[in-house]
Design a protein around this ligand. Sequence first.
Ligand code: ZN
Length: 484
Amino acid sequence: MTTERIDRDQIAADLRSLGLLAGDIVLLHSSLSSLGHVEGGAAAVVRAFLDVLGEAGTLVVPIFGSLGAITEVVRDDPRAVRSVHPKACMAALGAKAAEICQDHWKAELAHGPDTPYTRIAALGGYVCLLGVDQDRNTTLHTVEELERLAYLKPITAESFHTSEGLKTKTWPYFPGPHRNFIGLDRMLRDSGKMRMGKIGSAITRLIKSRDLIELATAAARQNPAFVLCDNPNCADCTNQRADLRRDRLSRESFTLAAAATLAGKYLPEIIDQCRAVGIDAVELDGLAGRPAHAMSARQIASAVRELDSGSIRVTAIRSGILSDTNASMMDIAAASGVRRLVLPLSGDAEVLLKAAAAKGVRLSFFNADLSSDRASALLQSLAAKNLRPGFVFNGANFARAGENPFLGSYKKKLRRFVDQLDLVDATADGTPQPLACGHAEVKEMISILRCASFVGPMVLGAANRQVGTLADAAARFEHLLDTM
Ligand SMILES: [Zn+2]
């Protein structure tokens, strides 16, 4: 690698050829070492900017966190104005310095309206990345905050100095620990709004702050995870994605739940996996390799308690089989506080419903081996006796029975009874498939239930018909929502 040599005049000339003019405002993020050898060092770089911007221009730098040499020169210039902010302070030199920095700490958001960030945009200023990448581009925080993305967290600063004395303040939406701003660079380059050039050996990016905010806002609206990384081992971004999904699901009428056995084998794993994908509910169908109907009252009660202390609600206890233990499971469901049991639909339903009503437990039946004709006849006769059976729609089982789950089984016969949707899929021969890859007509079912503000659970991986991991299933489910 040869070291380029560059001086103040050459830097100024290069900045002019990038498009900077006298009177411009520039928010500068920089790395002195990226330029190669600069005669006069960081001070010469700052002088070059001021040469170009002139008396009427303004140079702004963020002075929060670890600072580079160029930033330090601006900050330490006796003429510099500093914005007062314990979490996002800036320093500015030039005509609009005071206007840009004024009362930064008073703004509701650290990078939002009434801060240097949005003022620079409103005044037609630029963001310049001098030998650094988008990772340093703090104006992208403006977009995260303006969109109030659900993973942003409150941050509080105690007793910081202002011209009005010591203050304590909380900013309600503050950016998180990791992000992937670098991933936006291609989009910004392709937009044609970002100019690129070379100053010394420093690749330099120059974009109007207003254009940057506009382009990134559009990206954020298309995908709120737009600056989160894809690394599955990045705990920060995994948690931030979970926050986004939890927020999104909170705006749906239904509850998204996971079959406990899809989430994991033991409780700590189940709780961790649910948290990691932003799901707050499980259907307890088994634990530690044992189906729910083979668990003791004590085991179920302690599982429900432990899930609850992990902020996971149990939507139902599910027994895959009809057995003599079903009656005692009602007692268990009542005692554990879950009060909802999912059982296979059969001729015993009437007896079971009467017993359950006496114990204050709701029963919902799933179709195991029944056609929709038979299921609907049974449910109607139960309803005629005021027994209020719930029905768990499992499209995979209807597909296996040779039916069209949505057009046939659901629309014509079963819609009025459905209080849960099993989010599982299979081809008609019964082979389990990822969601919306089989014949269960899952997407149609989700969509039509949403149209009626369906309030029941939709359960990923229910009935032990699982393909892949909970993370896969949750991602597939979210993709289905994205495409309807
Ligand atoms: Zn990350």
